[in-house]
Write a protein that binds this ligand. Structure first.
Ligand code: FAD
Length: 479
């Protein structure tokens, strides 16, 4: 430790990015403090991954038990399903508390000083702290890590009241079940909540501004997943329309306008509206101006080593990780970036290969992806001058999926036809979120399908869907 500073490292924000950074720093002997203005654990633990997956776990069970046709195919006839909304909400809430407590204890055990309040930069190697009591302090640190995360984006024209018109921040509390809910946005958050609401008996209308529903997903995957997750659940999905004005109340009025012309198409009167239109960095109030940091729509610019950039040049001793940097905004990205930043503070020279970071949507069944999209892969093939290979492996050819009567699913694998390198994969189907990890590891190691196709998979498992894709790809190699 350098005694001329209050701390070796101060981390601003205790989400997964900040948590991993602080824990890693303290475990490596650095005198570390973490500043949090809201709840320890940030978005993921309190308002994101954790409670949403608890709700999806419960709604998935309800869905399975309530699907008479599915059960009847096994010759099973269950009594009508009853569920208690409050108990489902309690499960999510208790899980949040457990994980938040564990995480706080972990930091304390590692020797991290937890400071409550709002943090801001006060020039180089200095952090201002406004404590909940209103007292202001300035602390010095050799290195400062910004990990302030993100908040829901609410487009102009939409007014939220937190009860009839709300974002995921409130939806995770499952305070009531609207008879009819409009979900604005068909990204992963909108899809996950549509899964929960339809399982629990709500009628769902989905509004997507872009010209196709699920625009952030591979088009082929979106097509087959959409047939099941949207059409199969009687969700009225509209694309190319904008929720141009939403007024809370009973009912909620929602104006739909044509995305291109902005002309009013229709006004719906629904019981509730969930706004799931993406997230914005929470970098306001950080006083980034004091260091001349120019953000990109609020995102803090960083280089591959997590150093904050000013005019393209790294600022000494200032780092940023997680959603606030806008790179693949997921909990495991934030955590990985946090660890990399600290390793670099410790003198290593580490970067992150964002291409090998997988992403998943926890609908029933799940959707996942890693690496390049088909459009990106085509582009790369063109610039690098190689032939792009693309193969499909279907769950309906998989024994385990057939035994489970869950054979609706597809995996698409993109690869370089001459080197065999895996470039990307997109999966829709049972346990897709677990299946993608195997491919993510292959992308990280830049492995060729030539070798991957020889690796033996357990029979019968869903992992054979991946094995089949590798084998098909290997048979198409040109060299
Ligand atoms: P955050 O978790 O946002 O934490 C930042 C923290 O900084 C917050 O606690 C905030 O209060 C604090 N803070 C901000 N400014 C200051 C300040 N000036 N001073 C002090 N403290 C400050 N990701 C997945 O990987 N898997 C999932 O299944 C998944 N599901 C999700 C579901 C939902 C509904 C949502 C909304 C998100 C989900 N995510 C998921 C995304 C995931 O939650 C985020 O990527 C992750 O939380 C980012 O971590 P972070 O540390 O960058 O920021």
């Amino acid at each position: 430790s350098d005694a001329s500073f209050d701390f070796d490292v101060i981390v601003i924000g205790a989400g997964y990015g900040g948590f991993d950074a602080a824990k890693h720093a303290a475990e490596h002997g650095l005198k570390t403090a973490i500043i949090e203005s809201r709840d320890m654990g940030g978005t993921c633990v309190n308002r994101g991954c954790v409670p949403s997956k608890a709700l999806l776990a419960a709604s998935g069970k309800v869905r399975e038990l309530a699907d008479d046709q599915h059960l009847a195919s096994f010759g099973i006839h269950a009594a009508p399903v009853r569920f208690e909304r409050q108990k489902i909400a309690d499960h999510a809430n208790q899980l949040v508390q457990t994980i938040r407590t564990n995480l706080t204890k972990t930091l304390e055990r590692a020797g991290v000083t937890i400071l409550r309040g709002h943090g801001r930069l006060e020039g180089s190697q200095r952090v201002g702290l406004r404590e909940p009591s209103g007292v202001d302090r300035v602390l010095s640190a050799r290195d400062v890590i910004v990990a302030t995360g993100s908040d829901p984006f609410v487009p102009p024209g939409i007014e939220t009241d937190g009860r009839t018109v709300f974002t995921s921040d409130e939806a995770i509390n499952l305070e009531w079940l609207p008879r009819w809910i409009a979900i604005v946005g068909s990204g992963y958050i909108g899809l996950e909540f549509a899964d929960v609401y339809t399982a629990l008996g709500c009628e769902v209308t989905m509004i997507e501004a872009l010209d196709r529903v699920m625009p952030t997903f591979d088009p082929d995957i979106a097509k087959i997943a959409g047939r099941h997750l949207i059409d199969g659940r009687d969700i009225d999905a509209r694309s190319g329309v904008l929720a141009s004005k939403v007024t809370p109340g009973c009912p909620v009025r929602i104006d739909l306008a044509d995305f291109n012309s902005r002309e009013l198409v229709e006004t719906l009167e629904v019981d509730a509206v969930l706004v799931a239109t993406g997230r914005v960095p929470s970098s306001k109030g950080l006083n980034l101006e004091s260091l001349n940091i120019e953000t990109n729509r609020g995102f803090v610019p960083i280089d591959d080593s997590m150093r904050v950039l000013v005019n393209g040049q790294p600022v000494p001793h200032l780092w940023a990780v997680g959603d606030v940097t806008g790179k693949l905004m997921l909990a495991h990205t934030a955590a990985a970036q946090g660890t990399v930043a600290v390793d670099n503070i410790l003198g290593q020279n580490r970067t992150i290969d964002y291409r090998s970071i997988p992403a998943a949507t926890f609908t029933h069944p799940e959707i996942s992806s890693v690496g390049l999209t088909e459009a990106e892969a085509k582009q790369l093939a063109e610039t690098d001058g190689f032939q792009l290979g693309s193969v499909r492996s279907y769950f309906k050819a998989n024994s385990k999926a057939l035994a489970e009567l869950e054979s609706d699913g597809l995996m698409k694998l993109l690869f370089n036809k001459s080197s065999g390198e895996v470039l990307g994969a997109h999966i829709y189907g049972l346990h897709a979120a677990d299946l993608i990890q195997e491919v993510a590891n292959a992308v990280a190691r830049r492995q060729s399908v030539r070798q991957l196709s020889t690796e033996v998979h357990t029979h019968p498992t869903l992992s054979e869907v991946v094995e089949v894709a590798y084998k098909q790809a290997a048979s198409q190699l040109t060299a």
